[in-house]
Design a protein around this ligand. Structure first.
Ligand SMILES: NC(=O)c1ccc[n+]([C@@H]2O[C@H](COP(=O)([O-])OP(=O)(O)OC[C@H]3O[C@@H](n4cnc5c(N)ncnc54)[C@H](O)[C@@H]3O)[C@@H](O)[C@H]2O)c1
Ligand SMILES: O=C(O)[C@H](O)COP(=O)(O)O
Length: 527
C-alpha cells in the first residue's frame, strides 16, 4: 500500500478519502531535518502553508509522486525542484476563494470600527465608547489590486455595500472590470484616490515590496490598507513608519514577510492603528473541507495512476498522450509567453494557427498550452493546463483556432497572433529534430533562434552600423551577448534583431536603445 504523509492540519474528510487507497500518517509541526529523514518512505505529501517543501526535502524524496497543497499558494513549495524530479504538485485553486475574500472584507470592517480593540477593552472590564469612534465604508472608494478570483469577489460584495470600486490589474480586460462594476485605473490613480486599498495579487519578484514608503506617501492620510494576499508584497518597516507618522490611517494584515511574525516586528507596536490576524484567510470550516477534498481526491487519483485536475507543474492528461505531445506543448507555452510580452499585459485576442502535422491531431492541449504561456506573466504558477482556458475566458480573451495541414516548411509549426495593449504581434515556432524549440518568425520577419531566459528584440531599419551600435551600447552597460540574429524581408527595409543575453537588462538601457537612429521599437523578453 502507498504511504501518504500529512504534515499540516488538514480536515478529516480529506484524510478519509486518501485512506481508501493508502496508509496515511498525520505528523504536523515536524522540524525540517526530521522531514528530510522520513520523506523517503512516502509516495505523497499533503500540506498547507506551514510546511516549507524545500529543494533539500524534494531531493531526499526518493519515491514521492505528488505534493498536494490544500490551498492556493504554492510559494512554500520548490515547484521547480519538484518538476525536475517528476513530482506532480497540485493545489486547490478555488476551494478557499470565498473564505479569503470574506476575511479581507471582515478585516476592512473590523479596522473601520475598531472591533478587535473594543472587544479587548470590554473584556478587560472597561466601558469606553468615546475611544472607538469609527468610519463607514458606505460611499467610500475601495481600490482592489488584483482582480482575480478573490479580488473579484471582494469587489462584488464591497459594491453591494455601497462602495465605489477602482481596480488595478494589468492582465484583466476592461470588459471584465466593467462586468464587475469596477473602474480599471492605473496603480498611481488607485493609490491616490482610494479610501481603502485591498491587495489580491501573487507574491512575485515584481510585486515584492511593491507597496512601500513611496506608495504610502501618495495615499490619503485617511486611507487604510488591507493585505490578505501574501506577506512581502508590503514593505513592513515602511508600513510601520507610515502608520506611526500618520501618513495613512490604518492597516489590516493577515499575511507577513516571515511567518510566524517575529516577536520584535515593528507591526506589533502600533496599537489601534493596525488589526492583525495570523494568516487566517483560508481558515473557515467550509474552505478547509473544500480544499481537503479537492486535494485528497487528486492525491488518490495520482496514486491510482490517473491524472490530476489541478496540477500546477504538469498538464492534467494521461501520461502516454502527454509524453507524445510534450515538445509541442513546450513550444506552445514558450510562444504564448513570448507573444504576451510583445503584445502587452492586457491581451484581448489570440489566434492559434496549427500548421503541418500539428494541424492533424488533437489541437486542444496545444491551444491550452499556448494560453498557459500567454497568462504565465500574469498568473505565474497559478495558471495550469486545467485552468488556462477558464482564466482566459474570465479575462475576456477571445481565442480563435485555425488549422492548415498544407503548410510544410517544418513537420509541424505553430503560429500565435495576439492583440494586446501594446499592439498586434505574431510569432511562429517549430521543433528542430524531436524536441528542440526554435522561434522561426517574429511579425513576419524570418529568424531561427532557440528561446533563452533573457532576450532583447528590436525592430529597426536595415542600415549599416546599427548592429554594431546596439552591441557597443550593451557593452557599455556590461551586458554580455550570448547570440545574435537578424531577420529581414527586403534589403534596407525593416528588420528584427534577436539577441540572447546572459542577464536581465539593467534599467534604463531600453530607453537608450530606443534613442538610437533607425531603431523603431525594442522589447526585453524573459522566457
Ligand atoms: N490569506 C490567505 O489565507 C489567502 C487565501 C487564499 C489566497 N491567498 C492569496 O491571495 C492572492 C490572490 O489569490 P487569487 O486566488 O485571487 O489569485 P488569482 O490568480 O485568481 O488572482 C490574482 C490576480 O492578480 C493579478 N496580478 C498579477 N500580477 C499583478 C500585478 N503586478 N499587479 C496587479 N495585479 C496583478 C492577476 O492578473 C490576477 O488577476 C494570492 O496571493 C493567494 O496566494 C491568501
Ligand atoms: O494560499 C492559500 O491558500 C492561503 O494562504 C491559505 O493558507 P493555509 O492553507 O495555510 O491557511
Amino acid at each position: 500500500m502507498p504511504k501518504v504523509l500529512v504534515s499540516d492540519p488538514i480536515d478529516k474528510t480529506g484524510i478519509d478519502i486518501i485512506s481508501q487507497v493508502a496508509q496515511v500518517d498525520v505528523k504536523t509541526g515536524l522540524p525540517a531535518e526530521e522531514l528530510v529523514k522520513i520523506i523517503p518512505e512516502y509516495d505523497a505529501l499533503m500540506i498547507r502553508s506551514g510546511t516549507k517543501v524545500t529543494k533539500e526535502i524534494i531531493e531526499a524524496a526518493t519515491q514521492l509522486k505528488i505534493i498536494g497543497r490544500a490551498g492556493v499558494g504554492v510559494d512554500n513549495v520548490d515547484v521547480t525542484a519538484a518538476t525536475r524530479k517528476g513530482i506532480v504538485v497540485v493545489n486547490s485553486p478555488e476551494g478557499n476563494t470565498i473564505a479569503a475574500a470574506e476575511h479581507a472584507l471582515a478585516m476592512m470592517l473590523s479596522m473601520s470600527r475598531h472591533v478587535a480593540e473594543a472587544n479587548q477593552s470590554v473584556v478587560s472590564g472597561k466601558w469606553d465608547r468615546k475611544k472607538f469612534i469609527g468610519v463607514e465604508v458606505y460611499k467610500k472608494t475601495l481600490g482592489v489590486v488584483g482582480l482575480g478570483k478573490i479580488g473579484s469577489h471582494v469587489a462584488k460584495v464591497a459594491k453591494a455595500m455601497g462602495m465605489k470600486i477602482l481596480a488595478y490589474d494589468p492582465f484583466i480586460s476592461k470588459e471584465r472590470a466593467d462586468q464587475l462594476g469596477c473602474n480599471l485605473v492605473d496603480m498611481d490613480l488607485l493609490v491616490q484616490e482610494s479610501d481603502y486599498i485591498t491587495l489580491h495579487i501573487p507574491k512575485t519578484d515584481e510585486t515584492y515590496h511593491s507597496i512601500n514608503a513611496e506608495t504610502f506617501a501618495k495615499m490619503k492620510p485617511t486611507a487604510r490598507i488591507i493585505n490578505c494576499a501574501r506577506g512581502g508584497i508590503i514593505d513592513e518597516v515602511a508600513l510601520a513608519e507610515a502608520l506611526k507618522e500618520g501618513k495613512i490611517a490604518g492597516a489590516a494584515i493577515d499575511v507577513y514577510e516571515n511567518e510566524p511574525l517575529e516577536a520584535e516586528s515593528p507591526l506589533r507596536e502600533l496599537g489601534q492603528k493596525i488589526v492583525m490576524t495570523p494568516h487566517l484567510g483560508a481558515s473557515t470550516a467550509e474552505a478547509q473541507v473544500n480544499v481537503a477534498i479537492d486535494v485528497a481526491e487528486q492525491i488518490r487519483d495520482v496514486l491510482l495512476g490517473l491524472p490530476a485536475r489541478s496540477a500546477v507543474n504538469i498538464p492534467g492528461m494521461y501520461p502516454d498522450t502527454l509524453e507524445k505531445l510534450k515538445p509541442y506543448l513546450l513550444l506552445a507555452e514558450t510562444l504564448g509567453n513570448l507573444v504576451s510580452q510583445l503584445a502587452g499585459g492586457r491581451i484581448d485576442f489570440l489566434n492559434v494557427r496549427l500548421q503541418g502535422d500539428l494541424a492533424t491531431g488533437d489541437s486542444k492541449p496545444v491551444v491550452v498550452a499556448a494560453l498557459k504561456g500567454l497568462l504565465s506573466q500574469a498568473l505565474r504558477e497559478r495558471v495550469n493546463y486545467v485552468n488556462a482556458s477558464i482564466e482566459a475566458k474570465e479575462r475576456g480573451i477571445r481565442v480563435v483556432e485555425t488549422k492548415d495541414a498544407s503548410v510544410r516548411d517544418y513537420t509541424g509549426s505553430l503560429e500565435l497572433e495576439a492583440k494586446g495593449s501594446l499592439g498586434d504581434h505574431i510569432v511562429r515556432g517549430a521543433l528542430l529534430g524531436e524536441d528542440e524549440i526554435r522561434i522561426t518568425n517574429i511579425d513576419g520577419f524570418p529568424i531561427n533562434v532557440p528561446p533563452s531566459p533573457y532576450m532583447l528584440l528590436t525592430l529597426h531599419r536595415d542600415m549599416p552600423g546599427i548592429i554594431g551600435k546596439i552591441g557597443s551600447l550593451l557593452g557599455s552597460f556590461n551586458v554580455n551577448i550570448a547570440s545574435m540574429q537578424v531577420g529581414r524581408k527586403i534589403v534596407r527595409g525593416d528588420a528584427v534583431m534577436v539577441l540572447s543575453i546572459d542577464d536581465l537588462l539593467p534599467e534604463g538601457i531600453l530607453t537608450e536603445i530606443l534613442k538610437e537612429p533607425g531603431i523603431r521599437d525594442a522589447y526585453t523578453v524573459a522566457l
